[in-house]
Write a protein that binds this ligand. Sequence first.
Ligand SMILES: [Zn+2]
Length: 222
Amino acid sequence: MFGFGDIVGQDAIKGHLMAAIEQDKISHAYIICGERLSGKEFIAKIFSAALLCDEEEGKPCGHCHNCVMSYSGSNPDIIRVTHDKPNTISVDDIREQVNETIRIMPYGGKRKIYIINEAEKMNPQAQNALLKTMEEPPEYAVIILLTSNLEELLPTILSRAVILSMRPVRDREVKKFLMEVEKVPDYKADICVAFARGNVGKAKLLAKNEDFDNIKAMSYSL
Ligand SMILES: [Zn+2]
């Protein structure tokens, strides 16, 4: 189990989300923006678990009924929007998975969370359909959009959401993570950090390579 403390860097986002949880001031829509592999899904997972956690403090606790379900990916109050076409989230995807289900009360009674990954793949019709829901969301609904490109989203969507931008993580923090959490040896950690340019997920993937040439080649393809 992991919590906000396991997020490497991203202090501004962590601070914002933890304060929102603590003060119980949750917005109906969030957009987490950052490059591929930067950890947007990881943050969304922790935030969602925290929103549904049964404990009073230290959310997400990691061990209550809701946390266990959240972390295993089986919490019915966390809906991950899927799409059949690899490059498009269509208006039907949004209607069927979001608009037509959002009025159904959450199972746990507290909150119902929708996570739309690669939100930039929503075409304008899909975004307009989502906008209708975002304009009058049920009290319990939280919509989290993850995207690598804010410019693909309509200004009307952007204006209704709290926008959280991922920042490159400092090299020493990435190195510390690689060495302490991923058990990567010192010399190799240095190489991966250099090629990852502040992207923790990229550093982690690069570290799986056996030799330097592979790391270098892979860093260009990620
Ligand atoms: Zn919990």
